[in-house]
Design a protein around this ligand. Structure first.
Ligand code: ADP
Ligand code: MG
Length: 222
């Protein structure tokens, strides 16, 4: 098995002032196909960890390899390209455009990728099918349930076939019933071989992972 994420002594201190040591040096390896959940109280550093793992924030110390690529040596443009190619993000709020259909919302993810529009739309429809929403392809977000909107957001995160899916409180805005469909979907993606890191404060979500890590006061425990 090969590692999707390999962190050695990776930490992040926000410069401030005053400086905030949001993530103390972490050693963590996530193998391809693993489903990892990350728990911890509010303000403990979970989002900071996810932002580092997702190449949104640069760690201030340590060595971080994504798919065996040492990202510390990359220029900003290379990091952005790697992020765009390898990582899918899902957030608590779905960030869908209100006046675009589900298909258009998903297709917009590849807008600047040079992929022709017809190909983008076909890929978007395939991704919607993957999340069980083929029948809602032409629906606007306002007409969808929260769970359906989040599944559209997951389709958008999957459309460019990332090697890693990072989810920050993916069920945080959902009721139990609609959350269930999203969790089932994440289970299915895992079964299909996707590598998943899911941040949650909900114990019912945390137990879905094969592996749960805890972050407390910026320290990561396994
Ligand atoms: P969580 O997601 O677990 O709620 P965060 O990762 O968002 O926690 O935050 C961890 C700590 O880092 C908190 O103390 C927070 O106030 C601080 N923090 C987060 N972002 C910044 C930032 N951009 N600048 C300074 N401090 C920050
Ligand atoms: Mg957070």
């Amino acid at each position: 098995m090969s590692a999707v994420i390999a962190m050695r002594g990776v930490g992040l201190t926000y410069p401030g002032p005053p400086p905030v040591a949001a993530l103390h040096p972490v050693d963590l390896t996530v193998e391809q196909g693993q489903y990892v959940t990350v728990v911890g109280p509010s303000g403990s550093g979970k989002s900071t960890f996810l932002n580092v793992a997702g190449l949104l924030d640069r760690p201030t110390e340590g060595v971080f390899e994504l798919d065996d690529i040492d990202v510390g040596g990359l220029r900003e443009r290379e990091r952005t390209a790697l992020r765009g190619a390898r990582i899918g993000f899902v957030f608590q709020s779905f960030h869908l455009l209100a006046f675009r259909t589900a298909t258009e919302n998903v297709a917009l993810a590849q807008l600047y990728s040079g992929v022709p529009r017809a190909v983008r739309l076909a890929a978007a429809r395939a991704a919607l099918e993957r999340v069980g929403l083929a029948h809602r392809a032409d629906a606007l977000p306002a007409t969808m349930s929260g769970g359906e909107r989040q599944r559209v957001a997951i389709a958008r995160a999957l459309v460019h076939r990332p090697s890693l899916l990072l989810c920050d409180e993916p069920t945080g805005n959902l009721d139990t019933t609609t959350a269930h469909a999203v969790l089932e979907l994440l289970d299915n993606l895992h079964s299909d071989g996707m590598t998943l890191i899911v941040i949650t404060h909900d114990p019912n979500v945390a137990i879905r992972g094969q592996r749960t890590v805890t972050i407390r006061d910026g320290h990561l425990y396994e």
